[in-house]
Structure formats: structure tokens, C-alpha cells
Design a protein around this ligand. Structure first.
Ligand code: NAD
Length: 481
């Protein structure tokens, strides 16, 4: 596990350094038990300045390295990460409650490794320089990057920023979520042991609003990339305006899952419900609005109820657990309030509710909850709940389903289930979202990740993740006419 030294110090300029005066201690609560699992230090503005200065000093030298050396570094990071995979899985389960065997080990921890492996594969072939007529087009690192990340897929969200930023030659200040300090500290250990040059990667732990403001307005920071809530995204954007920084945002979602009349209903509903409850519903692309043909509603409700009642909920350390707790007290409160809102607005409660699941009295557990006969103007259909709460909305025609899907301030992802991929694709082409999963397709690490509308700006993952961290330079007259 993580040494307490690495939770009470910050990783700055290649060393674990003690915080400046004014730092404070905060307990980390195990969400499955409500018990304290550790203590993390939150820094002050002085620590942020120190980290930014270290990143600024390191930038030029790191950016000037030949790409082959950065590729070797990525390879060393992959090897070290692979060695620490079991620790990473345990860290994630301890900090946010993902079931160890069914989620942290096979997915949560591995997504971090996969982002580094993907970055390495892309970096080997990426065109950082090319001639266009007599002009040479150069792609150069944007500079010092402030990365601010959430707790729900904690290492995935850190690695999908850190891996491409390191690959293209940026230097970094990471401010991870206060609710997920273990995985971030472990990644700092991995990067240190893999030989990342001093100052290229720095990490401070602390409060979002204050550190976010400081990082986003800091004159030595060139870019801020945030994954988190829309409120945090808007706040960072405003703070970055005076220094005209690049701002990349991956924010919330309320993704529609359109089950077409031709779909295999049992398969599509089972998949949609299971995916919704995965990670206790704390996934930005969760299929949280299931749109189903009006005349099949009763069947859909029965399938959804059966699936929810079959899920194994409880201790994330037990091998068969599918759904653990909600990750923290604040989020638990939010989910319970939203279930209350659904009942108050008159939605039909198919299964679940605000009571704790059986044998889950300790910790922040919520039952998998399904509301049906929801209309798209209800709070539970408009707002991101970020918990195991599915809303089912009936439609009469496919055109109406598409209108309902697009009637959202969000545009992160979508899902379409039909008899054929062609049929699903023709509906997907009319959805205003950054991603659409056809007939149950899984994520693709090399595909662009990001949203339309208020779900954010920019794209992460794969080669699109590289573009986020690159500037473009034109060298005019670089070749003879
Ligand atoms: P959050 O916005 O509370 O926190 C995210 C990060 O931002 C944390 O590090 C936090 O300390 C920091 N922060 C908080 N307020 C800030 C502010 N005013 N200025 C700058 N930084 C601030 O979000 P969360 O509760 O940690 O995560 C859940 C949210 O993240 C959900 O809305 C979810 O949809 C979103 N999310 C989006 C994606 C995506 O890829 N689009 C992925 C995962 C999560």
C-alpha cells in the first residue's frame, strides 16, 4: 500500500517534499465501512506555486528530448505500472469502494496501464513534423499542464491526461480528487521509479476550488485539463480567461440508451441495466436514460427489476461482489436526494429506493434503483445523478426517441440497440453526443473520448489525446519552391 510519508508530502521536482506552513490533515474514509483508512495532507497556495515553478523549470529540457527517449520512458512506466497493478487495484478499492475482484483488478487499475500503453503505441508513429508545400508543420508540446481529476475512475482519468502529456513533452502539475488520494500517490511512485526526470511530473493534494482557481489563473501554466462536474469546469474556464489558457474539459453526462423496437429486448435491457449499475452508477457515460417502445414498457420493467434483484451488492473485498458502495458521503447524500426527488415527482419506482440494501448497514450503500414512466422534464431525467439510479422513458416513434435523447444539456455519450448495426448506426448519426455505443459495443482505448454541448470541450484518449497537449507551429520557407 501507499506509505503514509507519500500522503503527508507532495511530489515536487523529483522528491517527496513536506508541505509549506498552513497545510491541514484530512481523514480518508473507507466508503464500505465508514471507517478511517488513512490521512492525507492538503497543501496551500505556496505548495501549488512550488509545484508550478518546478514544472516550468523542467519543461524546456524535457520538451527538447528526442522522441525516442520519451518513448523509452513510456516503456519503463508501463513496466513499472504493470508491476504495481495489484497495489493500484487495492488503492482504488480502499479510496472509492470499487469491488476488488470484479472491477478494481480487471478494469479500474488496468485502464491506467492501457492509457500508457496506448500512448506509447501512438507516440511511435505520430507525425510531429511534416512538410506542406514549402512550409514545415511542427507539433510541439503546449507547455506546463495543470491536470485536475475526479474520484470515480480515478486512475483512468489521471492516466488519460498524464500519458499523452508525457508522451508529447509537456510538464505536469497534477491535482487529484480529495476523495481518491491513494491511486494518485501510487502513480507518483510509479513515475518516480520509472525515471521520469525531476520536475516533469509534480503532484499536490488539496482543495478543488482554491487550487483550481490558482492553477487556472497561474501565469506559468499553459493549459488546464479538468475532468469533473460542470460547476468545476465553468469555474476553471472563467479563472483561465485572463491568461488566455487552453482549457480542456471532460464533464458530466445523462446518456440516452435507445432500445429500438427491433432489438432483442431481454438482451438490450439486461445490458443497459447492468451497465448502469456498474461502478455503482458513478460513470460519466452511464446509460442513465433508457428509452424504450411504449408498448413494451411493462416487459422492460419486469426485466429491469429481475436484473437489479440478481446483482450481488456489498463488501467490495468479497470476490463475487458486483456493486460496492457509493464512493463518499457527499455523493451518497446526493444520490439519496435524487431518489427522493424521483418519488416526489411521481415517477414509478420499479425497484430500489432510499433504504440501504440488506446486510449493508455500514458504509454508503444504495440499492440499485429503477424509475419508470419518467418524462424527460423530470429532475431525475435532466440532472446527472451519478449513482445506481436508472430512469426508463417510453417513446412512441423512433423520431420521438431521438428527440428525447437530444433534449438534454449534456452530450457525452449514447447507446443504440437495434436488430442490426446498420440500423443502430442510422439512429446514432442523429444523436448530438461525442460517442455512441452500437449494440452493446465496449469502449475503445484509441477512440476519441469527450462530449458535445455542456459535457465539455476537447477530446481525450488515443491520438486525440495527443492533439490536446500539442501546439502547432508553421515554419514558412522550410523547403525550396
Ligand atoms: P468535482 O467537480 O467535484 O471534482 C473534480 C475535480 O475538480 C476534483 O479534483 C476537485 O477537487 C476539483 N474541483 C472541484 N471544484 C473545483 C473548482 N471550482 N475549480 C477547480 N477544480 C475544482 O467532480 P467529482 O465529484 O470529483 O466527479 C464527478 C463528476 O465528474 C461528474 O459530474 C462526472 O460526470 C464527471 N466526470 C466526467 C468524465 C468525463 O470524461 N466526461 C469522467 C468522469 C467524471
Amino acid at each position: 500500500m501507499i506509505s503514509s510519508h507519500h500522503l503527508s508530502n507532495f511530489y515536487i521536482a523529483g522528491h517527496w517534499v513536506p508541505p509549506q506552513a498552513g497545510a491541514s490533515q484530512h481523514e480518508i474514509i473507507n466508503p464500505a465501512t465508514g471507517e478511517v483508512s488513512g490521512v492525507v495532507t492538503y497543501g496551500t497556495d505556496a505548495d501549488v506555486h512550488k509545484a508550478v515553478n518546478a514544472a516550468a523549470r523542467a519543461f524546456q529540457g524535457y520538451a527538447a528530448l528526442p522522441q525516442s527517449q520519451r518513448n523509452e520512458l513510456l516503456q519503463a512506466i508501463c513496466a513499472e505500472y504493470e508491476r504495481r497493478l495489484p497495489d493500484m487495484a487495492e488503492a482504488i478499492t480502499a479510496e472509492m469502494g470499487a469491488p476488488l475482484e470484479t472491477l478494481s483488478k480487471p478494469l479500474q487499475a488496468k485502464t491506467g496501464l492501457w492509457h500508457f500503453q496506448t500512448a506509447l503505441a501512438i507516440a511511435r508513429d505520430f507525425e510531429f513534423s511534416r512538410l506542406q508545400g514549402t512550409t514545415r508543420i511542427m507539433r510541439e508540446p503546449v507547455g506546463v499542464c495543470a491536470l485536475i481529476t475526479p474520484w470515480n475512475w480515478p486512475i483512468n482519468q489521471i492516466a488519460c491526461k498524464v500519458a499523452p502529456a508525457l508522451a508529447v513533452g509537456c510538464s505536469i502539475v497534477l491535482k487529484p480528487s480529495q476523495n481518491a488520494p491513494y491511486s494518485a500517490a501510487l502513480l507518483a511512485e510509479i513515475l518516480h521509479d520509472a525515471g521520469v526526470p525531476a520536475g516533469v511530473f509534480n503532484m499536490v493534494q488539496g482543495p478543488g476550488a482554491a487550487f483550481g482557481q490558482l492553477l487556472a489563473s497561474h501565469p506559468l501554466v499553459d493549459m488546464v485539463s479538468l475532468t469533473g462536474s460542470n460547476a468545476a469546469g465553468a469555474s476553471v474556464t472563467k479563472a483561465a480567461a485572463d491568461t488566455v489558457k487552453r482549457v480542456s474539459l471532460e464533464l458530466g453526462g445523462k446518456s440516452a440508451n435507445i432500445i429500438l423496437p427491433t432489438a432483442d429486448l431481454d438482451k438490450a435491457v439486461t445490458h443497459g441495466v447492468t451497465l448502469m449499475m456498474h461502478n455503482s452508477g458513478q460513470t460519466c457515460v452511464a446509460p442513465s436514460r433508457m428509452l424504450v417502445p411504449q408498448d413494451r414498457l411493462v416487459e422492460v420493467e419486469a426485466i429491469a427489476k429481475r436484473v437489479c434483484e440478481s446483482l450481488v451488492i456489498g463488501d467490495p473485498l468479497l470476490p463475487d461482489t458486483f456493486m460496492g458502495p457509493i464512493a463518499n458521503a457527499r455523493q451518497y447524500q446526493r444520490v439519496v436526494e435524487m431518489i427522493d426527488a424521483g418519488v416526489a415527482e411521481g415517477a414509478h419506482l420499479v425497484t430500489g429506493g432510499t433504504g440501504k440494501p440488506e446486510n449493508c448497514e455500514r458504509g454508503y450503500f444504495v440499492q440499485p434503483t429503477v424509475f419508470s414512466r419518467v418524462n424527460n422534464q423530470m429532475t431525475i431525467a435532466r440532472e446527472e445523478i451519478f449513482g445506481p439510479v436508472l430512469t426508463i422513458l417510453p417513446y412512441s416513434t423512433v423520431d420521438e426517441a431521438i428527440d428525447i435523447a437530444n433534449d438534454s444539456p449534456y452530450g457525452l455519450s449514447g447507446y443504440v440497440y437495434g436488430a442490426t448495426v446498420e440500423e443502430a448506426q442510422s439512429v446514432a448519426s442523429r444523436l448530438r453526443t461525442g460517442m455512441v455505443h452500437l449494440n452493446g459495443a465496449n469502449v475503445d482505448m484509441a477512440a476519441p473520448w469527450g462530449g458535445y454541448k455542456q459535457s465539455g470541450n476537447g477530446r481525450e484518449w488515443g491520438a486525440w489525446g495527443f492533439d490536446e497537449f500539442l501546439e502547432t507551429k508553421a515554419l514558412l520557407g522550410a523547403a525550396a519552391n
